[in-house]
Design a protein around this ligand. Structure first.
Ligand code: NAI
Length: 259
């Protein structure tokens, strides 16, 4: 199948923020390849999308169950995406072991350290490496999902913080190497409520304080991130590359001293 509609490749897109980005792009005429290690979540998403299609829209979503840490798998998955959709315009590197708290530094195993860095940081290198030649054809974009934890921390978050700090640096390095044809930006979410787009319903609900502590008065929505990503990969953002865009309701600008 070939198409003139734009095509996005989203890692970790079966649920959470990645799925929100996919929903947003699908609603705006993009075709999307979602890849995720969680086959069940991906198939659930695909089934829900197919149901919507029966209600009117055309097939725009594909899903592959893959591990983004494996180079040969990533290379084959990107090649297959181009084969299925005929082109590639944007890569959204969103997959991660999204829990920042991986235990105390002195007890953190090297294996877990590598797992956290590979899933988020190394995978972003791998997709860029194998997608670059396709992205160049139409002037494409890469978005790397970082975190406000790239620039601030709580205890016991070393591997996650390092992976996200690495992503911010990888982003400006790739922007220099891949420009002018390909623009590369990082997005750093703060606290985003992903409960509406998870495979399983959340066990806890957000408190009034969770919202009120944010300068904007609320925890973030998946749509807050999706809207920015959509802007950054559009032609309207043609003068923006190599940057880290923080979307955190003002939390990283808030000075906090104990009373
Ligand atoms: P999530 O856990 O809902 O989604 C992450 C997805 O990545 C999951 O579907 C998971 O199966 C997939 N994944 C994990 N390992 C994989 C692998 N090896 N291969 C392929 N897929 C894999 O997490 P969420 O909250 O949606 O986070 C998405 C991104 O946003 C992550 O990069 C996270 O670090 C970042 N972020 C999230 C924040 C939040 O408050 N939700 C805050 C700051 C950053």
């Amino acid at each position: 199948m070939t198409t003139t509609e734009k095509v996005a490749y989203i890692t970790g897109g079966a649920q959470g923020i990645g799925r929100g980005i996919s929903d947003h792009l699908l609603a705006n005429g993009w075709r999307v390849m979602v890849v995720d290690i969680d086959r069940e979540a991906g198939e659930q998403y695909l089934a829900e999308q197919r149901k919507r299609e029966e209600e009117g829209s055309s097939t725009r979503l594909c899903f592959q169950a893959i591990d983004v840490c494996d180079e040969a798998t990533v290379a084959a998955s990107i090649a297959q995406t181009v084969e299925v959709f005929g082109r590639l315009d944007a890569v959204i590197n969103n997959a991660a072991i999204a829990n920042p708290f991986q235990g105390k530094l002195e007890e953190l195993t090297l294996e877990r350290w590598h797992q956290v860095l590979n899933t988020s940081l190394t995978s972003s290198f791998l997709t860029a490496k194998h997608a670059a030649r396709h992205l160049r054809e139409h002037g494409g974009c890469i978005i790397n999902m970082a975190s406000s934890r790239a620039i601030q921390s709580e205890p016991d978050t070393e591997a996650y913080a390092a992976s996200k700090g690495g992503i911010v640096a990888l982003t400006h390095a790739m922007a220099m190497s891949l420009g002018p044809e390909i623009r590369v930006n990082a997005v750093s979410p703060g606290w985003i409520d992903v409960s509406g787009r998870q495979k399983t319903a959340p066990s806890e609900t957000l408190s009034t304080q969770d919202h009120a502590q944010h300068p904007v008065g609320r925890v973030g929505h998946v749509e807050d991130i999706a809207a920015l990503v959509a802007f950054l990969i559009s032609d309207k953002a043609g003068f923006i590359t190599g940057q880290n865009h923080i979307v955190d309701g003002g939390m990283t600008r808030k000075m906090i001293y104990a009373e």
